[in-house]
Design a protein around this ligand. Structure first.
Ligand SMILES: Nc1ncnc2c1ncn2[C@@H]1O[C@@H]2COP(=O)(O)O[C@H]2[C@H]1O
Length: 237
């Protein structure tokens, strides 16, 4: 091999490679990065490149083979991800739901989520959930609107672009309210058991789902607070 680097520079490159390898592995174990994403593959690729360059001074065939194979595996892994995510197609409704509710979910995981549920439509007046009964589903209202009743009283209206059932679906507990469609609706419906299975398969997906559900609940709470606040005759502060 033609020696273009000084022994010192070669050692530094090798050490940088080792630091990147170890940093990537530590980040993986600490849950900071995903093992099946572009980042982990590219860190391994770069680390292998540095270690290989570091061997221009002292060449070890076994270590060189490992680096070359790691580079090849990383390239194949990234190419696979690219091909899979390019091949994935979404309907306009799925695209809209992905952007609005799960913007950070990979296209592959989002496809898996949509394939686990159904797109349905229903007429105004349809009861989707009953207070006190376990519905075990999550609904995303793509169009239409739903009235929310608690103890028989109208407490709010959920417009399109929002979830229904997000408060109890993961825990499989009784619904906190009754949900009746106020307008004809198109919606996505997925069973809680399937949502939990998707989350158990990939912790990153679980976090994205939990975040999306709690974000919706928070927005509903803010909106309910502001409605109650408008109706309140006294400011207690
Ligand atoms: N005050 C509210 N405003 C808007 N939506 C609500 C309100 N209370 C309950 N819901 C929705 O009604 C659903 C009934 O089932 P969940 O309790 O699972 O999740 C609930 C929310 O999606």
């Amino acid at each position: 091999m033609t020696q273009t680097l000084s022994p010192f520079a070669a050692d530094i490159l090798g050490i940088v490679g080792a630091v990147i390898y170890l940093g990537a592995y530590a980040a993986l174990q600490l849950g900071l990065i995903r093992g099946n994403g572009y980042l982990y593959a590219s860190l391994n690729l770069v680390a292998a490149g540095f270690v290989l360059a570091g061997m221009s001074h002292r060449f070890y065939p076994a270590a060189a083979i490992i680096q070359v194979v790691i580079i090849a595996i990383s390239v194949i892994g990234m190419a696979r991800l690219l091909i899979l995510s390019r091949a994935i197609r979404f309907s306009p409704e799925e695209q809209q739901m992905h952007a609005a509710k799960f913007p950070e979910l990979s296209r592959i995981a989002a496809r898996r989520l949509f394939d686990s549920g159904l797109w349905l439509d229903a007429e105004a007046g349809t009861t989707l959930m009953r207070e006190g009964e376990t519905h075990g589903v999550l609904i995303y209202l793509a169009s239409g609107a739903a009235d929310i009743y608690s103890a028989g009283k109208h407490v709010g209206t959920v417009e399109d672009g929002n979830f229904l059932g997000e408060m109890t679906v993961l825990q499989n507990e009784p619904a906190t309210a009754t949900v009746v469609l106020a307008r004809d609706a198109d919606y996505f419906r997925i069973e809680g058991a399937k949502l939990r299975r998707l989350g158990a398969r990939d912790p990153e997906v679980r976090v994205q789902i939990e975040n999306a559900l709690s974000r919706d609940t928070r927005l509903k709470l803010v909106s309910a607070n502001s409605r109650l606040g408008r109706g309140s005759p006294v400011d207690p502060s």
